[in-house]
Design a protein around this ligand. Structure first.
Ligand code: AKB
Length: 314
C-alpha cells in the first residue's frame, strides 16, 4: 500500500486529490499538508510551508511516505503579478520536494501546465515535444520544473512523473490566480446571476479538463508501468478546447436566458494568447492509456447539477 504525502493539499487540485487517494489507498495512508490550517479535514494533516526544506523532509520521514505529490504553486496570473515570489515559491518548493524524495527514495509527481508553452510554440495540435519559450514567469517556472524533474530521474534515478495540465474545472474548490479560472467562475455566475462578464476575449481557445479526469490521470500515471514511459515529466493531457462563447452556449442548453458580456483583462488575455489553442495528448494515450471521460457538454451538465446543490446548501 502506498504512503503518500501531498503538498498544497487545500488548493484546487489538492483538496480533491486527497479525498480520491484516501478512497483508494486508505485515509491514514495519505498525509495532507498545506501552508493554511485545514478547517474540517478527516485524516492526517500537517502545516507546511514548502520553502522549509527541513520540515518537508521531516514530515515525509516521520510519516514513512514512499510517494510525494507536490501540488503547492502559484498560478499564472498571480505569478505575473508577483514574479519573484513565484520564482521563490514555485522553484524553491519544487527543489525541496525533489530533494526530500531523493533522500527518502520516494516516487514523485508534480504537475506542469499548458503554461510551459509560449508564443513561438505551434498553436494547434501542439506536439508533445516542441518549442518551449514561454514569456510568463509561471511558464519559466514550469519549463524549469519539467527539466529539473528529468534531471532528477536521469542523475539520481528518482521515479519522477508529471503531466501538463490544461485549465481545470471543478465545483469543489475554486482556483485562484489562474488565467483559465473564467471557465470555473462562469458556472457560479450562471447559477447565481444568469450572466457573466468574461475577462478572456471571444475567440480565445484554451485546453480544459474536468477535475474527475484530471485526478484519474494522476492516479493512472503514478500506477503506470515505468518501462512504458518515454516522457516521464510532462505529458500533454487535455479533454477539450473551447472559447468563451462556446462554454456560454453549452450553459444556455440548461439556462436559456444566460447572458455573456466581455470586459477583457489585458494581463490574463496576454497570457492566454501566448498559450496553445489545443494540445496533442497522443503520447499520454499511447504510453499509459490516458483518456478523458468528459467533454464540454457532459461537464457542463454535471457542473451545473453539482453546483446548484452546493450553492443551495452554503
Ligand atoms: C492557470 O491558468 O494558471 C492554470 C494553468 C493552465 O496552469 N489553470
Amino acid at each position: 500500500m502506498k504512503r503518500i504525502m501531498i503538498t498544497g493539499a487545500l488548493g484546487q487540485i489538492g483538496s480533491e486529490l486527497v479525498e480520491k487517494l484516501r478512497n483508494i489507498y486508505g485515509q491514514d495512508n495519505v498525509l495532507a499538508t498545506d501552508i493554511r490550517p485545514a478547517q474540517d479535514m478527516q485524516g492526517p494533516f500537517e502545516l507546511l510551508d514548502v520553502t522549509d526544506a527541513q520540515r518537508m523532509h521531516d514530515l515525509a520521514k516521520d510519516f514513512g511516505a514512499d510517494t510525494m505529490m507536490h501540488m503547492a504553486a502559484l498560478l499564472s496570473a498571480t505569478a505575473e503579478e508577483k514574479p519573484l515570489l513565484a520564482w521563490n515559491l514555485n522553484m524553491g518548493g519544487l527543489v525541496n520536494a525533489l530533494e526530500a524524495s531523493r533522500e527518502l527514495e520516494m516516487q514523485f509527481f508534480t504537475p506542469s501546465s499548458i503554461g510551459a508553452f509560449g508564443p513561438s510554440t505551434p498553436k494547434k495540435n501542439t506536439p508533445q515535444d516542441t518549442l518551449q519559450r514561454p514569456t510568463t514567469m509561471y511558464g519559466v517556472n514550469k519549463v524549469a520544473g519539467e527539466l529539473l524533474c528529468d534531471y532528477y530521474f536521469q542523475k539520481f534515478g528518482l521515479d519522477t512523473r508529471g503531466v501538463r495540465f490544461p485549465g481545470l474545472i471543478s465545483y469543489v474548490a475554486q482556483p485562484g490566480g489562474g488565467t483559465t479560472d473564467y471557465a470555473v467562475d462562469i458556472y457560479y455566475k450562471a447559477i447565481e446571476q444568469k450572466r457573466y462578464t468574461s475577462y478572456i476575449a471571444k475567440g480565445t481557445y484554451m485546453d480544459m479538463m474536468y477535475m474527475p479526469d484530471a485526478l484519474q490521470s494522476i492516479v493512472d500515471l503514478m500506477e503506470a508501468d515505468p518501462s512504458k514511459l518515454e516522457h516521464r515529466n510532462a505529458f500533454n493531457v487535455t479533454a477539450m478546447s473551447f472559447e468563451p462563447d462556446e462554454i456560454a452556449a453549452s450553459i444556455r442548453k440548461h439556462i436559456p436566458d444566460f447572458q455573456m458580456s466581455y470586459d477583457v483583462d489585458p494581463i490574463r488575455q496576454g497570457i492566454a494568447d501566448s498559450w496553445p489553442d489545443n494540445i496533442d495528448a497522443s503520447a499520454a494515450e499511447k504510453e499509459w492509456g490516458f483518456k478523458a471521460a468528459y467533454d464540454l457538454d457532459s461537464m457542463t451538465a454535471d457542473m451545473l447539477e453539482k453546483l446548484k446543490k452546493k450553492l443551495v446548501t452554503v
